[in-house]
Design a protein around this ligand. Structure first.
Ligand SMILES: [Zn+2]
Length: 427
């Protein structure tokens, strides 16, 4: 009995020691952070006039003035100990600077690359051979951002981007901790275009024209909505095998889904904090009789986008889907990549790209367009990177056969493109 008691006492002492050491470490970090924050020059500051999270990237726009004896400004994420330089495009007009972190909506700070800890976004300047940090102040009306990194080996990071206060002064904090995904947060959303009420195009396997009820006389009728769903399910399977958590905007061929609201086809990616939204469709020329000579793949992207992922989608879907880039010339930007805009030349024509990207893609349902009701669930500066894929022309009999025979190939091409893209941006 005495021996067991002694052992218990020993365990207690070890436990207390661990608590003490952990406590000392965290006090050390808190003191260090306080010292760093007290060294920031709060008499001067920069302004943030725009910020948004689009996919895995975070972008800022802002401006600031510098006194004559200040020089060499850089944008940094710093905690005083670890510091990361943030790329920016900066313009100087008589010491009045304006900046943006990228000219591309899918450029800027790669949130997937950040490491755990608390950091502040600051302007670092030289003044008479001394280094000084200036805080950034919020001039927007946007909400704070909570970002969850893509699932990797079952793990995620949570990044809270908030306007913090230090001794009454405002500054922009990044609070990064390890976590797992909450139930209602996903990595990727897939939208199988159309639904149980809206079939999209209906075609006959032999190229003949279906009647008004969507029936074919001598062959099987295929609905675009069903084919989209088959590829979407195969894509979900491929992405889940890679470890991603995937949300479909509808769970069956017959299910119906609204466009907006909390879980609409245009808003689910936003509600679930997804990083990517992949909208799957199949095209048609409306020329009946299997005579459509137009065929092939079209990947629709938003304006001001880098095409890195779009190009990989084109390459891999063609390879694994055993298909080709589209022969269509209209809206074509480069091989397989298409951009279609409204009359203003900048607003994406497809709501699947426009609303998915929020302010980055000129969304309407955030209240900025009076013709649309503002969606109360929608956060316009914290959105997914959207792609709309017209995988092939189902009124082309040869292409229809290829799609029906090989939905898994198309899905594999999309999944491998995303995987290759993520590998590239982590370098
Ligand atoms: Zn469609």
């Amino acid at each position: 009995m005495a021996k067991r008691k002694r052992k218990k006492k020993k365990m207690k002492v070890i436990f207390l020691l661990i608590i003490l050491i952990l406590g000392a470490i965290s006090i050390f970090y808190i003191i260090n952070r306080k010292i760093f924050l007290s060294q920031i020059n709060y008499n001067m500051s920069g302004n943030i006039t725009y910020y948004d999270r689009y996919g895995i990237h975070l972008n800022f726009k802002g401006d600031f003035k510098l006194k004559d004896d200040y020089s060499n400004p850089t944008l940094v994420l710093s905690n005083g100990k670890d510091e990361f330089i943030v790329d920016w495009d900066i313009k100087n007009n008589n010491n009045h600077y304006s900046f943006k972190t990228s000219k591309y909506i899918n450029g800027g700070i790669n949130l997937e690359k950040l490491t755990s800890g608390t950091y502040y976004l600051l302007i670092k300047v030289n003044s008479s051979n001394k280094i000084t940090y200036l805080p950034l102040i919020n001039k927007t009306t946007y909400s704070d951002i909570t970002y969850y990194t893509l699932t990797k080996n079952g793990h995620n990071k949570k990044i809270n981007i908030t306007w913090d206060k230090y001794a009454g002064h405002e500054l922009l904090g990044f609070h990064i901790t390890n976590t797992s995904l909450p139930n209602d947060v996903y990595d990727i959303t897939i939208d199988p275009g159309h639904d149980g009420n809206d079939a999209g195009m209906i075609v006959c396997a032999d190229g003949s024209v279906p009647n008004n009820q969507g029936k074919c006389y001598n062959s099987i009728a295929y609905k675009e909505s069903d084919i989209n769903f088959t590829v979407a399910k195969a894509l979900q399977n491929e992405l889940e095998k890679m470890g991603f958590k995937v949300k479909l905007t509808r769970e069956s061929k017959k299910a119906t889904v609204p466009t907006y609201g909390k879980m609409g086809s245009g808003t689910t990616a936003n509600t679930t904090k997804s990083k990517f939204n992949l909208a799957l469709h199949h095209n048609s020329t409306n020329i009946p009789g299997g005579m459509s000579s137009t065929h092939g793949l079209e990947v629709y992207v938003a304006g001001d986008s880098k095409f890195d992922l779009a190009r990989l989608l084109v390459k891999n879907i063609c390879k694994y889907g055993n298909t080709n880039i589209s022969t269509k010339k209209e809206f074509k930007t480069e091989d397989g990549i298409y951009q279609r805009f409204s009359d203003d030349g900048i607003t994406p024509y497809y709501y699947m790209i426009r609303e998915i990207g929020g302010i980055a893609t000129h969304a309407y349902v955030d209240g900025s367009n009076k013709d649309y009701d503002a969606n109360p669930y929608y956060n316009s500066n914290d959105t997914a990177e959207g792609y709309l894929m017209e995988l092939g022309y189902i009124d082309n009999v040869k292409e229809l056969k290829n799609i029906l025979n090989n939905p898994k190939g198309y899905a594999k091409g999309i999944a491998l493109a995303l995987q290759a893209y993520l590998k590239n941006v982590m370098k």
